[in-house]
Design a binder for this molecule. Structure first.
Ligand SMILES: Cc1cc2nc3c(=O)[nH]c(=O)nc-3n(C[C@H](O)[C@H](O)[C@H](O)COP(=O)(O)OP(=O)(O)OC[C@H]3O[C@@H](n4cnc5c(N)ncnc54)[C@H](O)[C@@H]3O)c2cc1C
Length: 131
């Protein structure tokens, strides 16, 4: 993803479509972010090889007050499919970070290999938002 000896850095700016941040030009926005990160001592101007701005309109799911009820119906229906494993952020509808998602993947492989009978959703994070 980046040349040897270098690294990449992503700055995430939560905002809504059409708000002040969203409407800034890429140049203004990246200059602002770069300036703030340089003030904090992350890097100096001459260390930057390249930068770009990516706008993602629907980055996060929006939960309504019925989501848990609705999930119960969906999970109960899907549990009838015996060779289906639900894993990951979307598969389990949990607000997971990468570490838990990787654990889901590893656990799924273990289950397929017959080393565990626990599903990803039984790993202990069913009722909490991680991250
Ligand atoms: C804006 C944002 C910032 C984040 N920041 C962090 C962070 O700083 N640290 C951290 O640890 N985690 C972070 N996360 C969380 C992390 O990205 C997710 O937990 C992780 O990517 C979830 O992995 P996943 O495999 O469950 O799902 P995904 O990575 O979403 O993978 C699902 C894949 O399935 C594909 N797909 C969907 N529908 C279909 C279909 N019908 N057919 C075929 N393919 C399909 C999608 O294209 C996608 O490639 C962030 C997430 C977001 C959205």
């Amino acid at each position: 993803m980046c040349p040897e000896g270098k690294t990449s850095l992503a700055a995430e700016i939560p905002c809504t479509k059409d708000d002040e941040k969203w409407k800034m030009t890429n140049e203004v926005l990246s200059n602002q972010v770069k300036g703030q990160l340089m003030d904090l001592g992350f890097f100096t101007e001459d260390e930057i090889i390249e930068n770009f701005v990516e706008r993602t309109r629907f980055a996060y799911p929006i939960l309504d007050i019925y989501f848990q009820e609705n999930l119960t119906v969906i999970f109960s229906f899907l549990s009838r499919i015996k060779n289906l494993e639900l894993i990951g952020r979307t598969g389990t509808f949990q607000y997971l970070n990468m570490d838990m998602v990787l654990l889901h993947g590893l656990n799924c492989a273990r289950k397929i290999a017959g080393l565990t009978d626990k599903s990803a959703r039984e790993l202990g994070h069913d009722d909490q938002w991680v991250g």
